[in-house]
Design a protein around this ligand. Structure first.
Ligand code: APR
Length: 234
């Protein structure tokens, strides 16, 4: 059995990291057109760096929750019986990894990585970044967060398509289904006859495309679902 899990901001909400589109979400407090596009970075790199520095600090100060831990347990449990999990996240935090997940595909990038616009190198990055900070590989002061901004192509779409093509079950957890191409994965899975499940606090924009749904806080719904999948196996 191959399980494809897509996660969104809702899986990290109970770790204290704001979602984007909930009432007091990030995009209610910050303007994405001024902070999360390549044009915004070209126009005001200082403001964009400050925004992602804040998000990086918040992510590093946060702790994984029971939903992250359950997905790490699912990865181990499936592997132990010869099955597999493909964990694809839209989140740029590293809470899945800190909960013990070994394989995490960050389709929208990672806040704890820097990319150099001069040499293309990508390096782990835990400190604040800025326009005067030099690339550890080539020395140029042209670093940007290794993030997918609006208008840019998500990372590893070929891998995602391949994993989806071989999935026996598709589950979306804590995502509003507002942003494509991630929001389109359920329709792709459906068109292949793959069973689909939504786990969310409230029905997502594309809730009607899912065969099944579990509604409730991720820290409750995800461990219960993982118990079910693993049949009570530890
Ligand atoms: N448990 C489960 N789900 C939750 C919880 C919770 N505790 N809290 C919120 N949610 C759900 C909300 O109901 C909503 O459906 O999580 C979803 C969060 O939706 P968004 O804020 O739109 O986040 P996401 O879907 O991850 O956004 C997708 O948009 O802004 C871009 O690149 C950014 O990756 C992001 C993408």
């Amino acid at each position: 059995m191959r399980v494809f899990v897509l996660t969104g901001a809702g899986v990290s909400a109970e770790s204290g990291l704001g979602t984007f589109r909930d009432r007091d979400g990030l995009w209610a407090r910050f303007d994405p057109s001024k902070l999360a596009t390549p044009e915004a970075f070209a126009a005001d790199p200082v403001a964009v760096h400050a925004f992602y520095d804040m998000r990086r600090r918040d992510a590093l100060a946060a702790a994984p929750n029971a939903a992250h831990a359950a997905l790490a347990r699912l990865e181990r449990g499936l592997a132990a019986r010869g099955d597999a999990l493909f964990l694809c996240t839209q989140n740029i935090d590293d809470l899945h990894e800190r909960a013990g997940s070994r394989q995490v595909h960050h389709m929208h990038g990672e806040s704890c990585r820097a990319r150099c616009l001069a040499c293309g190198a990508v390096a782990p990055w835990r400190d604040d970044m800025g326009v005067f900070v030099h690339c550890p590989t080539c020395g140029a002061a042209r670093l940007r967060p290794h993030i997918v901004w609006f208008g840019e192509v998500p990372m590893g779409l070929d891998r995602i398509a391949d994993e989806l093509a071989h999935a026996d079950l598709f589950a979306a957890i804590g995502t509003s289904g507002a942003i494509y191409p991630a929001a389109g994965l359920v329709a792709e899975a459906r068109s292949r006859g793959t069973p689909t499940l939504e786990i969310n606090l409230d029905p997502a924009d594309n809730a009607g495309l899912f065969d099944d749904a579990l509604y409730g806080p991720a820290t409750e719904a995800v461990p219960a679902w993982v118990d079910e999948i693993l049949g009570g196996a530890p």
